[in-house]
Design a protein around this ligand. Structure first.
Ligand code: 5GP
Ligand code: ZN
Length: 137
């Protein structure tokens, strides 16, 4: 638990939330400022800031629950699609520094925006990346 962390406050029951699901490892609740109807968050109970800091058990529980929440949203609301989003660092849009996963139901023409301009993968850079990143895996 981290002082001043709003999600730790929710995990501890000190901050109210509309809880969809809870077990020993994770809690899932509705986002207070939803991008779309049904926008849910899945939050591991342990305080890690980013995905790469989480241990295997926390990752497994978080993403298994994200799958289950997605399936439940499909069963309950039948959205034509959904995004699973996980932001790490302010540069990536992370506002709450407690790792979490968004499950965001999507409908055609909604005003939820993700996106980037597709680039071209440079062959030389690709080979360099395979080598440089690969040696850390
Ligand atoms: P991030 O940008 O860090 O990936 O997403 C944080 C999300 O947490 C935002 O979508 C924001 O609306 C949501 N959020 C922030 N504070 C609270 C809160 O106190 N309760 C709930 N339910 N959601 C929150
Ligand atoms: Zn926290």
């Amino acid at each position: 638990m981290s002082e001043d962390c709003i999600f730790c406050g929710i995990v501890a029951g000190e901050v109210p939330s509309y809880t969809l699901y809870e077990d020993d490892e994770v809690v899932s609740f509705l986002d207070v400022n939803p991008a779309s109807d049904g926008h849910a968050l899945v939050v591991p109970k342990g305080h890690d800031e980013r995905l790469a800091e989480m241990d295997d058990a926390a990752v497994a529980a978080t993403f298994t629950t994200a799958r289950d929440v997605a399936a439940a949203l499909e069963d309950a609301l039948a959205p034509p699609g959904y995004n699973v989003v996980q932001n790490n660092g302010a540069a990536a849009g992370q506002e709450v520094d407690h790792a979490h996963v968004h499950v965001i139901p999507r409908t055609p023409g909604d005003d939820v925006a993700f996106g980037w301009q597709p680039g071209d993968l440079d062959e030389e850079r690709a080979e360099e990346l395979v080598e440089r990143v690969g040696e850390h895996l």
